[in-house]
Design a protein around this ligand. Sequence first.
Ligand code: LLP
Length: 407
Amino acid sequence: MNHFSLEKGELYADGVPLERIAQQVGTPTYVYAGATLDRHVRVLHEAFGRERRLICYSVKANSNLSLLERFAKAGAGFDIVSGGELQRVLKAGGSPQKVVFAGVGKTRDEMVAALKAGILMFNVESAEELKALDAVGQELGVRAPFALRVNPDVVAQTHRHISTSKASKFGIDFKEARALYAESKVWRGVKAVGLDFHIGSQLTKLAPVKHALAKVAKLYRELGAAGLHLTHLDVGGGIGIRYENESTPTLQQWAKAVLEPLKGLDATLVLEPGRVIVGNASVLLTRVLYRKKQFIIVDAGMNDLIRPALYEAHHEIVPVRPRRGAKRAVDVVGPVCESADVLGKKRRLPPLEQGDLLAVMSAGAYGMSMSSNYNSRPRAAEVLVDGDGYRVIRERERIEELWRNEV
Ligand code: LLP
């Protein structure tokens, strides 16, 4: 559910007409509905319960400081993948004790910064990484808390670019993980505190999740029986959302599927949801520049929202003030000099004229955070709506900022 709706023939974000934001802030602009963000965090907390659960919002989905601050105030922790994300979380007032640090390629400097900040745990992806972490821990005279990210080897049934099958670079197989936990018991710079997995993103089916959980819960018990006292089980993120007509399980169904196999397990459950919190809470506003053949050329491009070009992802495209008249199939494309610069292909849209405003829906996750300056295009502005008001939470990038670090 989200707070974007047509009222009196025009699209609103909560109590604010999107046309007003576009006029005042310009386009392209990402608009977030605060009420939708709050609702998603609240519903997740309700579905999973608050006892021995930690919801670590996955910063990579959208790292705007105002959103992070909002989530921190709502009690969330954070799932980070870089030193940059760590600093964002700290800057936004997030609690380091609720931070988990994932990723296959953490550098020494990133490890040092995270250890000094006092994060909850490092989700470690290889034996060499664990050795490196041990060295850092010894140097700082502390034992770095870690979980091993295992690969449960299930088919995630999602897009090939965002599933993390056994052939991918992610995770450690169970056999190696058992050996590594055992071996590292005597290392002085690390301490095993958890077990972690993540099978993919935009998951719309529960079966792979249940399958993976059954395997990982069994491993968690086994490790306990072998004398390893873990306290945290991190089940990753990946809860899918509706972009087009996907049927997705409710959050209550997710919670049931996750919690049932873990019954009786002595563990704090860690979740790393990203997309499900921010995805449907934002639209990308863009104006029609020109029309030519079947093409509607708009002022947002693949540098602003790369998902359609990169994954053939579908985002609904809705005119903010739909005109009357017969719909026709159009390709909505951006100004970037690439044939892949498409926001939507073969969309049946009502008549469009130059200057018309379009909303690209469900753009909150991996939209702004994956945007770039390709074609020397300044990055979009971001706006947060609360009730009848809004504020700019990221200024549109200025042209001079494009070469700030260049000589
Ligand atoms: N935890 C781990 C270890 C992850 O790798 C990810 C996402 C998440 C949590 C959060 O997953 P979510 O709940 O957002 O599905 N750029 C792609 C998605 C890449 C996901 C990468 N990992 C897209 O635009 O669809």
